[in-house]
Design a protein around this ligand. Structure first.
Ligand code: ZN
Ligand code: ZN
Ligand code: ZN
Length: 152
């Protein structure tokens, strides 16, 4: 449901929201950025329209999320990062040593997600969270404090 497909307009209308240029600009910014914090989305929107501020961005993202056009994940310690919903579901691997973020298909977590459901009846929204640790490059550099235990 990208602005190009037009489906986003009916998604808004079905939920009683008006289609506005501002909502379109924010949705387009999320799709251009693929990963965007509200600050990054603001910067992208401001390339096309002035007079938009951060609280407008937050309010607009809330509307777009409530009608199912964008989702968010928690990658850093600050503001959430927003995605368009037609993005493939993925998990963010965050390296605490170098800050690198790698996206992997959400399916790699299936055994974990299934076990939580079967054993605890808990349905996991795996794309909402991030997995923290050390990336391959940092482990190779010996930057990871836990490198010894990881290597066994
Ligand atoms: Zn992502
Ligand atoms: Zn959240
Ligand atoms: Zn790293």
């Amino acid at each position: 449901m990208s602005p190009a497909s037009g489906g986003w307009e009916s998604a808004l209308r079905e939920h009683g929201y008006r289609v506005t240029p501002q909502r379109q600009l924010v949705l387009e910014a999320v799709e251009v950025l693929r990963h965007g914090t509200p600050e990054e989305i603001l910067a992208e929107v401001q390339r096309h329209a002035s007079g938009v501020n951060l609280s407008t961005i937050y309010r607009t993202l809330e509307v777009l999320e409530s009608v199912g056009l964008v989702t968010h994940a928690h990658i850093g310690h600050g503001a959430p990062t927003y995605h368009a919903v037609d993005e493939h579901p993925h998990i963010h691997l965050v390296c605490d040593a170098c800050g690198d973020v790698t996206s992997v298909p959400a399916g790699v977590a299936n055994p974990f997600v299934d076990a939580l459901y079967l054993d605890y009846g808990f349905r996991t929204d795996i794309a909402h969270v991030s997995v923290h640790g050390r990336c391959r490059a940092c482990l190779a550099d010996g930057a990871g404090n836990n490198a010894d235990t990881v290597r066994g």
